[in-house]
Design a protein around this ligand. Sequence first.
Ligand code: TRP
Length: 451
Amino acid sequence: MTEQQSIHGVWTKRWTFILAATGSAVGLGNIWKFPYMTGENGGGAFVLIYLLFIAGIGIPVMLAEILLGRRGRASPINSMHKLADEARSTPFWGGIGWLGALAGLFILSFYSVVAGWAVFYVYLMASGTFTGQSAEMISGEFGNLVSDPGRLVDWHTLFMAITVAVVANGIHKGLEMAVQLLMPLLFIMLLVLLGYSATQESFSQSLAFMFRVDFSRLSETAILSALGHSFFTLSLGMGAIMAYGAYMSRQQNLASTVVTIGLLDTLVALVAGTVIFTIVFGNGLEPGAGPSLMFQTLPIAFSQLPGGVVLGTIFFVLVTAAAWSSAISLAEPAVAWAVETLGMNRGVAALIVGVLAWFLGVACALSLNIWSDVTLFNNNIFDFFDKLTTNIMLPLGGLLICLFVGWVMDRAIVRGEVDIDHPTIYRVWFFLVRFVSPVGVAVVMFNKLMG
Ligand code: TRP
């Protein structure tokens, strides 16, 4: 088959897909969300289930999602239409793309608010606000931010603007350099923090919390959260990875790529969690504090490290960059579709998606203070968008992707696209995609919805 190309371009270097996909995967989900979910769900048992979902569902689904993109060579919506057509199946499979574009918009809204907090912490760190403060004062600072609608909206706006700016310029500029330079720096900073944690007395308590498995602490909600988060953290189920797959060259080996991304992503989350719980236990903080956790703990570590003002500033810049390379991928499916199908200019499309997500984000920001009594299905607006996407839309998208790749697509095409040379590994993957992942997702979601 002659190689088809996406109209949005192809990654210029061999490494770029890995970098871009890792940039998408590694983000607030790893550093902010994973630790606080682990804290809320009681530690070790949640971590174990999460790791099982990553290995047994997340990584196989990632391979399936990339292959759809690479075969379709278009935005997720149009790729799915093409592939459904190729398989002589119903155009309703395009729904995977629509569901994903909508999920991306919803996630981008609250994601940008949280990324705005990270930007604000760059400022707090750089201005030396925390110097000489007690742990209590440092962790109290977060409350001041969240209760101030104006500040929340300002920093959210700034973050959304830098996201739109890059998406508007296409995938090549900005992203490639940022990911190649900033991601490795983020890993290094996390290792510095890990080194600091290892010198603290509470380090062993943190390890015990994260890795000692006590199933009596595991609720059904925790299982669904672990499943949802395994999709969230790997950027699966909404077409982000599919959109990036469309720009991937055929020479690249899919299997080793997805395993690399999965390992890197998991490593970042585990290190971030270990660091954060060391600080939690060392300072008598609450593991189940929720979304504030990272912002209340890490500045304490920096206030105790030599050169903490500089290191802390750099760290939050890198967190912002990681959030930004993830946010780009949230917008990409919708933008790519508008460019292809509506013939819209890329800049205009990026602006429209950004403005829509900005409005929803403002609602999320206000739901943390002046609109805190507005509820949707018993959640404030922020939590509603978070749970709707993480626990329902992403797993549902993943389920449909598995059904399509496992049951609808021509087997020979799937075999040809997935260049796993080893027949047994291929069979294991196909089995996971056909049976294990869809059944797993269906059982967890169904149980929870019924329960
Ligand atoms: N994976 C990113 C993180 O962990 C967030 C993200 C980017 C995402 N693109 C996505 C989540 C697509 C779900 C779907 O921060």
